[in-house]
Design a protein around this ligand. Sequence first.
Ligand code: BGC
Length: 273
Amino acid sequence: MVGSLRTGIIDTKNYTFYKEYSDIISGGAWQPSECVARQRVAIVIPFRDRQKHLEQLQYNLIPILKRQQLNFRFFVVEQNGNHTFNKGRIMNAAFLEARKFDDFDCFVFHDVDMMPEDDRNMYTCTDAARHMSPAVDKFLYVLPYTQLVGGVLSMKPDVFIAVNGYSNLYWGWGAEDDDMAARLQLKQIGIVRPPLTIGRYRMIKHSEREINPVKVRLYLLKTVKDRFMKDGLNSLEYKTVFVKLTPLYTHIMVDIGEPPRDANKITSLMAKK
Ligand code: BGC
């Protein structure tokens, strides 16, 4: 069964009119009634100011997850306040919070702007990490570089814990995913991918987030080996502002602190750890 890309942007007021949403349990959970689900999957979506994208993603993804007979729950995780975005921190926090809901077999970390184009791309986990989005329209449906794991990435909880989750040190756009790839490599955990004909996504255009300076990114990427076992899940400090069940997702708001005053002073970034 190929492709089910639905391009409509829906109005939240109309949620109840869509058949596929009528049986979604508050908090954005669902499981097949006619069989035992293949896996219990937490879909984690780091989020800031992209409501339309979120609606469009769920509109596209929910029918696919149902056809794949998965037991799933959506977690939309947001960073409290207006400080520079730190995707790694909020994904780590979402992992810890999600595990209070269920003993998930699989975590899928999903950018909100990535629209799946092919039903055959399974939202499940293998023993290796699975980079599910190797073929993105923005990159002309080819993998731009072999270590890329950004976009959509699935990992078993044991794998996520083994690599100590994401780094907490990347403030602003870029490279927290490259840091994850390095962690996986250091732990000798493989990265598998669906074929380019299946791992296809359309990326919705949006204005760029504040960028993490290249100098900082490069410095951090050079130091992954010495840092990763002490920078990540085990060093995350956060406060849960709220966890709310909305009709289509579990909404997690977390306070993760502020970036260092001068992000260019990369040595001071490390001195704190
Ligand atoms: C960044 C990654 C990003 C990739 C694709 C790289 O330069 O470091 O974070 O996912 O580009 O956009």
